[in-house]
Design a protein around this ligand. Structure first.
Ligand code: ACO
Length: 177
């Protein structure tokens, strides 16, 4: 498909991690107007925080502070795997998510993948973008050798995660500062 001049190809971006780690099946399953890739250092300008604000309160730290956080997280090698879905026509982000790899001393020095901060732009919800993000993150987690992939969610989102192949297990506890 011919691409508009707005779309920034992967080669021109400074990525959080190697894009070839993303599942080719998930890439293929996406509509041709969309592109899934690792978060890039210029994604502040593509509406990364706007999409996250669908999930929760987001205070805008400004581009410089956003970038400092990007590079600080990236320097923790093989730990964070943030991804985005981009609408090619506008070069804007329409979906986000992250898997964080926790290394353990138990289970033969095993690892657990924690899925965090999933959000799909309101105009794009119900088009399987959430499902593709979860499939991509689970693939990354399993590719890192994690023996399980877990997440916390509201009761309202349980049916969504069940559709993504997750099952209900135990409880979440929280203590806010
Ligand atoms: N209740 C019941 N079913 C649902 C729900 C829901 N709340 N949301 C999605 N589904 C179903 C869909 O109908 C679809 O079913 P189908 O395969 O039978 O057609 C399937 O789940 C896949 O849905 P998607 O189209 O992929 O969902 P979407 O792209 O809209 O993304 C998401 C779902 C991420 C929850 C989105 O609605 C969103 O961004 N919500 C606001 C932010 C949020 O709550 N994020 C999750 C926080 S939890 C965390 O981050 C770990």
């Amino acid at each position: 498909m011919a691409q508009t001049s707005k779309f920034t190809p992967d080669e021109s971006l400074e990525m959080f991690f190697e894009p070839t780690l993303l599942s080719p099946e998930v890439k293929k399953a996406l509509h041709a107007d969309l592109h899934i890739r690792p978060l890039a250092s210029s994604d502040y300008r593509r509406g990364h925080l706007d999409v996250l604000s669908v999930l929760t309160v987001v205070s805008d730290p400004g581009e410089d502070a956003w970038k400092t956080q990007f590079f600080a997280m990236r320097s923790a090698h093989q730990t964070y795997y943030p991804i985005v879905i981009v609408d090619k026509a506008s070069d804007r982000i329409v979906g986000v998510g992250c898997v964080f790899i926790e290394r353990k001393f138990l289970r033969g020095l095993g690892s657990v993948g924690h899925i965090e901060d999933i959000a799909v732009d309101k105009s794009q919800q119900g088009k399987k973008l959430g499902l593709r993000i979860i499939q991509a993150l689970t693939g990354l987690s399993e590719g890192c050798g994690c023996y399980k992939t877990i997440l916390n969610c509201s009761d309202a989102n349980i049916p969504f995660y069940q559709k993504c192949g997750f099952e209900r297990k135990e409880n979440e506890m929280a203590k806010y500062a």
